[in-house]
Design a protein around this ligand. Structure first.
Ligand SMILES: Cc1cc2nc3c(=O)[nH]c(=O)nc-3n(C[C@H](O)[C@H](O)[C@H](O)COP(=O)(O)OP(=O)(O)OC[C@H]3O[C@@H](n4cnc5c(N)ncnc54)[C@H](O)[C@@H]3O)c2cc1C
Length: 476
């Protein structure tokens, strides 16, 4: 055994968090703020989990940088800004991404120090309801005793049977964040948000991109009308789609790869050549090596840890949050659960409103939504009103030369309460926060319509859509 941590010297921890992603690190900080003696075990060398190391942050860094390249090449001239000889410097773009990641992960290390959280580097195993054994990265083991254990071990890439990922030519999202060359032809398997975001990055950097999706649509679960328009926009940008199709295998053909693409329901297979194939068919909860079977913690048939409304598992003293439990696999959902569980452990009334968790696709334009889609409302037989407003009628969107898309607000037909908001357009991800707040407060469309919105901003389109719910939009 190695030397003791401060928490151990003081007679054990109140809380040991396993995993330092947005769920785990936020839970640790909130717990420490509330006076709980807290340790966080992380097997990566850096803190921040999938989100900060190989997820949200590096993907958004590349989306931002590649969009600037696209703007410099094709957008700025329309504003009267001419730049000759715009060039991609891929190593510099990657270095910028790596710097952003390091700044963020170091930021979490600083917050741990500030909040006196013990950061224990190693692979944790639940050795009992009150003990966690850590195989330390530096060698040796350490046994942590604790009153509570929080499992926040997140998720991992979902494998596709028959297709081996080598992270060089057949890659997951992780490899897609650090290619050293721009592939001539990139096949993206899966039309979910990760595939479309990374596909957008590499298309902007010069790849021909083909997205193969098993379903007959992209972004399953998001509002249909929004997705249909978005699909046409991506096609216009030059992305190719093979919907209702599957990749049955990927063969090495020397310098290139040959992907066998077949109709989803069977039929003739077509061979498609590519330099790189990105597998992005989803993510699965990650509990490897945690010893949950021995500890007796129950999982569902998808491998997710089962918890009650208080994030408690079936084993007293063991809790779980984030991607490893049910619900949308999103960083802010994990964070909200982290805060809630820490507050519950400190005797407060922590709670997450799952009806008001926004969802953003950071492509260009962006898609952002919160609440129900039209399809969900129809399916549950809820009578609703629709208010829509296009960005073509918004002054600021015209100024920005970003008039694609619209805002759609769905409100209860009887009470006017906002049930869902869907935005397709530039900066939709920032604008959706207003809608989430409105829903959190149980606002009616009328409340948004009566709220003063600054002019000229894109947010005026949200207000106009709220006015349109009762057919009184002003600028349309
Ligand atoms: C490419 C990509 C882009 C994404 N973009 C977005 C986005 O824009 N917005 C968004 O909301 N979400 C995004 N996500 C999803 C987001 O990253 C996850 O929802 C979020 O990270 C989940 O947080 P978590 O705390 O549950 O787990 P994670 O972030 O997965 O962290 C879990 C941590 O636990 C550690 N761990 C696991 N087992 C052990 C063990 N036994 N011992 C010690 N440590 C262990 C892991 O090393 C990991 O660091 C993206 C994901 C990917 C892959």
């Amino acid at each position: 055994m190695n030397e003791q941590t401060a928490g151990e010297r003081a007679g054990g921890y109140d809380l040991v968090v396993i995993g330092s992603g947005p769920g785990g690190y936020v839970a640790a900080i909130r717990a420490a703020q509330l006076g709980l003696k807290t340790a966080c075990v992380e097997k990566r060398e850096t803190l921040g989990g999938t989100c900060l190391n190989i997820g949200c942050i590096p993907s958004k860094a590349l989306l931002q940088s590649s969009e600037l390249l696209e703007e410099a090449r094709h957008g700025l001239a329309r504003h009267g800004v001419r730049i000759a000889g715009v060039e991609l410097d891929l190593p510099a773009m990657m270095a910028q991404k790596d710097k952003v990641v390091a700044d963020n992960t170091n930021g979490v290390a600083f917050l741990f120090k500030k909040n006196k959280i013990d950061w224990i580097k190693g692979q944790a195993r639940v050795a009992g309801a009150d003990r966690v054994e850590v195989a330390l990265n530096g060698g040796g083991t350490r046994l942590l005793t604790t009153r509570n254990i929080l499992i926040a071990t997140g998720s991992d890439v979902m494998p596709l049977p028959g297709i081996a990922i080598d992270e060089k030519r057949v890659i997951s999202s992780t490899g897609g964040l650090s290619l050293s060359e721009v592939p001539k032809h990139l096949i993206v398997i899966g039309g979910g948000y990760i595939g479309l975001e990374l596909g957008s990055v590499w298309r902007r950097l010069g790849s021909e991109v083909t997205v193969v999706e098993f379903l007959d649509r992209i972004l399953p679960g998001m509002d249909n009308e929004v997705c249909r328009q978005f699909y046409r926009m991506l096609e216009k940008q030059g992305m190719t789609f093979k919907l209702s199709s599957k990749v049955a295998g990927v063969a090495n053909a020397g310098k290139t790869l040959q992907a066998s693409v077949a109709p989803a329901n069977g039929g003739t297979t077509q061979s498609v050549e590519a330099d790189v194939v990105l597998v992005s068919v989803g993510r699965v909860p990650y509990t490897d090596g945690l010893g949950l079977d021995v500890a007796g913690v129950n999982k569902d048939n998808k491998g997710r840890i089962i918890v009650d409304a208080y994030f408690a598992t079936n084993v007293p003293g063991i809790y779980a949050i984030g991607d490893v439990i049910a619900g949308p696999m999103l960083a802010h959902k994990a964070e909200d659960e982290g805060v809630a569980v820490a507050e519950i452990l400190a005797g407060q009334a922590g709670h997450v409103n799952y009806d008001a968790i926004p969802n953003v696709v950071y492509t260009s334009p962006e898609i952002a939504s919160v609440g129900k889609t039209e399809e969900e409302l129809k399916e549950s037989g809820i009578a609703y009103k629709v208010g829509k407003f296009p960005f073509t009628a918004n002054g600021r969107a015209k100024v920005n030369l970003q008039t694609e898309g619209f805002v759609k607000i769905l409100a209860d037909a009887a009470t006017d309460r906002v049930l869902g908001v869907h935005i397709l357009g530039a900066d939709a991800g920032n604008m959706i926060a207003e809608a989430a707040l409105a829903m959190e407060f149980g606002a009616a469309a009328e409340d948004i319509a009566r709220t003063s919105h600054p002019h000229p901003t894109l947010t005026e389109a949200v207000r106009e859509a709220a006015l349109a719910v009762d057919k009184r939009a002003l600028n349309m």
